[in-house]
Design a protein around this ligand. Structure first.
Ligand code: MN
Length: 241
């Protein structure tokens, strides 16, 4: 029997605690992976070893990204920052990209991935994108709020199994300029980017919504986790390093 892949999942650090919502760990478990929550750590040799040991990286949701990460000054409307988390996630993401191991980035994770790879963000959609839809829904977590158009032929379309879906939405930041080597793989009706993927890695993709909250109700969300875990497992099986 094929061994289950180990998935490093980034966490929130708050007041001395490391948090990971159970929806992330349960989505990974349901798809056949072993979730491993990553605490704050930045020593290069530890992160090298973690990247070597894990088969994939799940960048989870959370607070805003420090605009210093994409060479911009803070604007009014920028929310709470978590600089320690930014630091750990930047170093981890760089390692997984360099090793070409699968990365699945959710909400803040997609923004972090884009910033680390050289792209930029809108710091606050309402202030910087007049006419945008409501992307911070007040409906329950599992409610499918707005439409997303997924690009035909993209890795995301293949992973999700659909090109037109409805998604939940809990963000006020968004990808502005996709990182070099990345393509846009999903958009909302207002042009806000809802998915990006690398064209120079085997499986590196980000979504702006929260599929981990939709596992009970949405086939596309389950497909996304299944495809990510399959990519992690295949990479493990290939013996490539
Ligand atoms: Mn949205």
């Amino acid at each position: 029997m094929m061994k289950k892949p180990i998935i490093a999942v980034t966490s929130t650090y708050d007041n001395g605690h490391t948090f990971l919502h159970k929806d992330y760990s349960e989505a990974v478990l349901s798809a056949g992976g072993i979730p491993l929550a990553v605490p704050h750590m930045v020593a290069p040799e530890l992160l090298d070893r973690l990247c070597e040991a894990a088969d994939g990286l799940l960048l989870s949701g959370g607070e805003d990204i420090d605009p210093n990460l994409y060479r911009e000054e803070p604007l009014p409307g920028l929310g709470t920052l978590t600089p320690e988390r930014d630091h750990t996630e930047k170093l981890l993401t760089e390692r997984f990209l360099a090793a070409d191991k699968p990365v699945f980035a959710i909400c803040r994770g997609m923004q972090l991935l884009n910033a680390v790879a050289g792209g930029t963000l809108f710091q606050d959609i309402e202030r910087q994108c007049p006419g945008a839809l409501q992307h911070r829904q007040l409906a329950p977590r599992h409610h499918l709020s707005h439409r997303v158009e997924i690009a035909e032929g993209s890795l995301l379309a293949q992973a999700a199994g659909f090109t037109q879906i409805r998604v939940n939405s809990f963000h006020h930041q968004a990808v502005k300029l996709p990182a070099p080597g990345f393509r846009v793989s999903a958009e909302a009706a207002d042009g806000i980017l809802e998915g990006i993927e690398s064209q120079s890695h085997r499986y590196v993709l980000g979504v702006q919504w929260h599929p981990e909250n939709l596992a009970a109700s949405d086939q596309a969300a389950r497909n996304l986790f299944a495809a990510f875990i399959a990519a992690c497992r295949n990479r493990k099986g290939s013996g490539a390093e």
